[in-house]
Design a protein around this ligand. Structure first.
Ligand code: GLN
Length: 201
């Protein structure tokens, strides 16, 4: 048994970073901003925040994060992508030739709510969390199609907005912009469980 704290980094190339760090700390994890690939070492999990997926993708390529985050994931370490982070994790992005990380088996659509509903909030029931979560959507993406191993955790107006594939978790909305840190706690549990699967010694 190890007593060391969970360490969950937040990719800090662009977007809402400090709010994620605050929510992760409230959920009982240690957290820090990740600006260089070297900082991925020693992390148990990673959050990829919202922002602009094209910008985040470009900076990930520039600073060598694509390969290193793929290795991070291949080692079974959990990743949570929110909003633009969801787009960055997808294997396919509508209207775009290339994905970014291409790790989670799903097709996503960017800015899928249209201009009328660029930004809104709702109480969203999420599988595995007791009461609905206050969800803030900002120029949010939707999940259009999923692979067989992807489990849908939340649906809004018939559209998939939260999902999980093994150690990968994604949400269309911004869970870090409210005081409700239950989705971060859910992710911290995923990270904790992935650690107990580690070989002892
Ligand atoms: N809030 C967000 O992260 C918005 C995502 C952004 N619209 C994109 O396409 O990347």
């Amino acid at each position: 048994m190890t007593n060391s704290n969970l360490k969950i980094g937040v990719l800090a190339l662009q977007g809402a970073v400090s709010e994620h760090i605050r929510s992760l700390e409230r959920a009982g994890a240690e957290s820090c901003a990740v600006k260089t690939v070297g900082q991925l070492e020693g992390l148990d999990g990673l959050v990829i925040p919202g922002g602009e997926s094209t910008v985040i993708g470009k900076l990930m390529r520039k600073y060598g994060f694509i390969e290193r985050i793929r290795e991070f994931s291949a080692a079974g370490r959990p990743i949570f992508g929110t909003c633009a982070g969801l787009i960055v994790l997808a294997t396919s992005i509508e209207g775009q030739e290339e994905p970014h990380l291409g790790l989670m088996n799903m097709t996503v659509a960017r800015n899928a709510f249209g201009r009328q509903r660029e930004s809104f909030e709702t109480d969203l029931p999420i599988e595995g969390i007791d009461e609905p979560v206050r969800a803030v959507f900002i120029r949010a993406p939707l999940i259009r199609e999923i692979g067989a191993d992807v489990e849908v955790l939340a649906v809004y107006n018939g559209e998939m907005v939260t999902a999980r594939e093994g150690h990968l978790l994604v949400s269309s909305f911004h869970p870090e912009l409210t005081d409700d840190y239950r989705l971060h706690a859910y992710f911290a549990d995923m990270v904790r469980q992935s650690r107990t699967g580690e070989p002892k010694g």
